[in-house]
Design a protein around this ligand. Structure first.
Ligand code: ADP
Length: 506
């Protein structure tokens, strides 16, 4: 390196004693366009690469600017150049110049006046830099931006953008129309965003959004938004952070779509399903109790009568032991009859075995969660899932296992109702043991008051409860060869967990 510098110095002394000559030879060799004019703007010099571009022999030949500058740019360039000649200001312009073959390319021209010791302009020197590629890239970017904003407005969803600290900086046209916002008043956006949520959802959405902004976790929630006509509509909203190369969040992009119709349909369906279930339950229960009463009353009446008779025969003088024995034998028969009735009732509660299929437990959990989406949203419960994605498949009765999951999730949600401002229900699946998969539902509710009694049929602490949920869940799991148990968490809430055997077929 230092050797090169030294050699350059030597050459400079030997070959270019005149610096002007050196400068000229550099300028002549440069690939960019270099030019000079006299003080009133007549070209006095253009370097070879500029001559070559325009296809002209010498500066004297001149450049016919009106035909060289693109006609759409010419007026502006000429006016600017005239003004600089008058004021001595620096000339800067971007315009298209036509080459020898008649093609236009974009150039950025910059010219500066050169002054003598009396501050008089003696010449102008300048350069034209080819910026065709930059212009093409800019044009492509502009076209892309237009295309993107068109797309953003056409997407049949509401799109929005937030700063890392949660200020709204954009909503697409569809969302602005929905909210009745005038997009020209971007200032009003922020105020509007504070008033568009249903009063019952404001707190939940606010807490979740703050949590996501703080942690960078994805936002996903259902909430009601106020439409321009004053009606609230259910929305399903999501937002993801956009990060720079260092992982810092630059902004958040959100999307939400109207699920009001879907929510209404599901709610209507659920109402009719509940009515049907209530009706069936009531009918079953009253039928069942009538038949239990009928079946048991008869042998009980007979037992009462026989024991009276037995007492009478044995108290007679002398006691009639033979008749007494007969009466006692009839009592034994009646007791067997009552035991039979009880056995039949228990059989009623046992589930008819259905065809079992090989299932992915995680998939079943997903199905149940979407089935219960509205119930979960209505309770503003957040569901966190921790699913082991490498679980083996399990042979099971999908309806029954879904029924177990529905029951446990519903119990968990109900246990947190009104006791927890931000209820979170954790659903986990894992390889429970060597030959089992484990599933657990963990809530942050009030916990089991009496964990030992919850599997007793008809044990309930709820005013509308039946107390059959957990016993049925346990019997379903056990009929699959698994185990179901409950426990109170160390800190807060309860966990209900069960296992299902993997079995030979998985
Ligand atoms: P029900 O829900 O009709 O009461 P269950 O058999 O499902 O019937 O539950 C029995 C009782 O167990 C409930 O009434 C409640 O007291 C208690 N329980 C069930 N799940 C939970 C839970 N996740 N947290 C606290 N208590 C619970």
């Amino acid at each position: 390196m230092s050797e090169n510098v030294a050699r350059t110095r030597v050459d400079l002394h030997r070959d270019h004693s005149d610096f002007g000559e050196l400068a000229r030879s550099i300028v002549e060799a440069l690939p960019g366009h270099i030019w000079s004019t006299d003080p009133i703007g007549h070209l006095t010099y253009i370097n070879p690469s500029m001559r070559e571009y325009f296809g002209i022999g010498s500066p004297e030949e001149g450049v016919d600017w009106p035909s060289r500058v693109h006609q759409d740019d010419y007026q502006a360039v000429a006016a600017k150049w005239r003004q600089c000649l008058e004021t001595g200001g620096i000339f800067v312009s971007e315009h298209r110049l036509r080459d020898a073959a008649g093609r236009h390319r974009w150039f950025r021209t910059e010219g500066r006046p050169s002054k003598d010791t009396l501050d008089r302009i003696v010449a102008w020197h300048g350069q034209n830099v080819d910026i065709e590629d930059r212009k093409a890239a800019e044009e492509e970017l502009r076209a892309r931006t237009v295309e993107l904003s068109l797309l953003i407005d056409m997407v049949p969803s509401h799109l929005w953008r937030l700063t890392p600290d949660g200020a709204t900086t954009l909503v697409n046209k569809r969302m602005a129309d929905f909210l009745g916002l005038d997009l020209s008043e971007v200032g009003s956006l922020e105020t509007a965003m504070n008033t568009i949520f249903h009063p019952d959802d404001v707190e939940g959405v606010g807490a979740e959004l703050t949590h996501c902004l703080e942690t960078g976790e994805r936002f996903s929630m259902r909430y009601r938004l106020l439409r321009a006509d004053g009606a609230y509509r259910w929305m399903s909203g999501r937002a993801e952070p956009l990060r720079d190369q260092d992982g810092n969040i630059v902004q958040w992009f959100g999307l939400c779509h109207d699920i009001e119709d879907q929510v209404q349909t599901t709610a209507a369906l659920r109402r009719s399903a509940e009515k049907l279930a209530e009706a069936t339950q009531a009918a079953n229960l009253s039928q069942l109790s009538a038949s239990i009463a009928h079946e048991i009353n008869q042998p009980l009446a007979a037992i009462a009568a026989d024991s009276d008779a037995c007492v009478r025969w044995l108290s007679a003088n002398p006691p009639n032991v033979e008749r007494g024995k007969l009466a006692a034998a009839r009592i034994t028969d009646d007791v067997v009859a009552v035991t039979d009735v009880i056995a039949r009732i228990r059989a009623l509660f046992q589930h008819k075995p259905q065809a079992r299929t090989i299932e992915d437990v995680n998939h079943l959990i997903g199905e149940v969660l979407s089935l219960m989406a509205d119930e979960i949203a209505a309770a503003t419960t957040r569901i966190d899932t921790e699913l082991d994605l490498n679980l083996p498949l399990v042979l099971l009765d999908r309806v029954q296992v879904q029924q177990v999951l529905v029951n446990l999730i519903r119990n968990g949600i109900q246990a947190m109702d009104s006791t927890n401002p931000m209820p979170v229900l954790k659903i986990k699946s894992d390889r429970g043991g060597l030959n089992t998969v484990g599933i657990s539902v963990e809530d942050a509710g009030r916990g089991f008051g009496d964990p030992d009694r919850v599997f007793e049929p008809f044990f309930t602490t709820k005013s509308t409860g039946m107390g059959m949920g957990l016993p049925i869940c346990r019997s379903i799991v056990e009929s699959h060869g698994g185990r179901l148990w409950v426990k109170n968490n160390e800190a807060v809430g309860a966990t209900v967990a069960f296992t299902l055997p993997i079995g030979a077929s998985s």
